[in-house]
Design a protein. Structure first.
Length: 282
């Protein structure tokens, strides 16, 4: 039965198994089972050119990856193409890059559709080690069910893109804006999922009590066993959101940015049910 081959960009990772490329063994393949099919993530051999450093890929659009799905019937192209699209989103979170689905072939070698996309590579702020294909595979397999459960209701593709944008922007104020919008979005979908009503600019609980940004974020985090002091985050958020800038020092603002992103990363990791090793925001 033919293979469906999806093409991704900006996914700079290593594999956990080897391919033979012109007589040279390179560790560029990750193979796993998903949705009753065998999936292969195959990295471009060009990414393993010893003359290049990872820094050369920073901020660029890089055609990096093929995703091969074995034994796909023509009637199932749309379904498994959607799975590849979701996989690109999860890889975006893992790498903190804008991993995008650029095209697909069916059968392999026959291009069916090319998508107009934009995106950038980030090799500095990843959630998992980029050279640990084994850990990346484990993360995909172990989180996939909860990832799909929350994909739409918690707007995960949008959340992952906000996080990537926050790290790509240079000004600290813009980094903070993206961080607060991320928290606002997570707070909003959490409140909607709980059935809270939205009235006159605020969510209200089942007793019609008004719920503030601070209280909803606390509820959202505590549900997953996360304990953070939100006072400084809320104070700076009020400055940024209501006036568009802050007179606090860069060092203070950058500390709060890292703190926000640490909360966001910790929350998403726990939301996806992952219990393994991951990198703290730095």
């Amino acid at each position: 039965m033919p293979e469906l081959v999806g093409h991704l960009a900006n996914c700079i990772i290593e594999g956990d198994s080897y391919s033979d490329v012109d007589g040279v063994k390179i560790k560029n393949k990750i193979v796993f089972q998903l949705k009753s099919k065998t999936f292969e993530i195959i990295q471009s051999p060009e990414l393993f050119d010893n003359r290049k450093s990872l820094a050369e890929y920073q901020g660029k659009f890089i055609r990096s990856t093929r995703v091969v799905v074995n034994d796909v019937e023509e009637k199932d192209i749309g379904y498994y193409s959607d799975v590849i699209f979701k996989l690109a989103s999860l890889l975006s979170f893992i790498t903190t890059s804008q991993v995008v689905y650029t095209a697909y072939e069916y059968p392999a070698g026959k291009m069916r559709q090319v998508l107009a996309v934009l995106g950038r590579t980030d090799i500095m702020h990843h959630v998992l080690e980029l050279h640990r294909g084994d850990e990346i595979k484990e993360f995909i397999v172990k989180t996939w069910e909860k990832f799909e459960d929350n994909y739409e209701i918690r707007k995960l593709p949008l959340i992952f893109d906000y996080v990537s944008q926050a790290f790509s922007i240079n000004t600290i104020e813009t980094k903070l804006v993206f961080s607060y919008v991320t928290l606002e979005s997570l707070k909003y979908t959490f409140a909607k999922e709980k059935g809270y009503t939205f009235s006159n600019g605020y969510f209200r609980d089942h007793n019609n009590k008004r719920l503030s940004f601070h209280s909803l974020i606390e509820m959202m985090l505590s549900e997953l066993g996360i304990d953070f002091n939100l006072n400084e985050i809320t104070e700076l958020r009020n400055d940024i959101i209501h006036s568009g800038y802050t007179e606090k020092t860069f060092d203070h603002n950058f500390k709060i940015f890292i703190y926000c992103q640490h909360i966001i990363r910790d929350y998403l990791i726990k939301l996806l049910g992952y219990k393994g090793y991951y990198i703290l925001v730095r």
